[in-house]
Design a protein around this ligand. Sequence first.
Ligand code: 6PG
Length: 240
Amino acid sequence: MIRVCVDLEALSSAAAELVAAEAQRAVQTGGRFAVALAGGGTPRRTYEILSREPYRKLVPWEKTHVFWGDERCVAAADTRSNALMARQALLDHVPVPTVQVHPMRCNRSPAASAERYETELRSFFAGGAPRFDLILLGLGDNGHTASLFPGTPVLAERRRWVAEVHVAEEGMHRLTLTLPVINQAAAVVFLVSGGGKASILREVLEGSPGPHPVPAALVRPAGRLMWLVDRDAARLLRHR
Ligand code: 6PG
């Protein structure tokens, strides 16, 4: 499903509505809501809207368990931290129990940090499949999503749930959920805004798969896949 919204504000309102609906659905059917948040800049407005009425009341925060799709290996107070952004925009303003917020910590070696987060996930999913109720994702202009960057070994990872990635162009390590986890989610929602994403969005949604598929195009969840895009990002799409 692709929904074109007039601008980032409309996209963010639609995203907040979707998160609330998925949260209510998950709690009604399974008694809890397990969500993996996206990082980067696009989701910030969605998180701010969720932190205020009516969503402050609509989302069953006390039954919500917050994880991340990826994290940069920076200090917790570093402005590049995805967890810091989500805390400032949302988590510091809603009553999610602290024990139910699971930031990715990268204070050991990246590989050890990835292993530790995977252990945390395996414990949460009680040894079963890692089936998130909702995973929010963004789209980088090179086609990466979470920290699944083009040309990195993590794209071929089929066993591990969490992996470390060295992003050469950033000179930084990151941690990311792997495709096997993302593709087991009950629902995946991409949030894509801005004319700078128009070309890559068309490639992901309408391009023909080549020898090096765009990472975001590898996200084909067993559950529902939804794209919330604004008009600028959608301007090159032939079908919308
Ligand atoms: C990250 C994100 C990443 C992001 C895209 C889009 O940690 O950077 O997880 O996958 O979603 O880079 O970022 P913007 O929303 O800032 O364009």
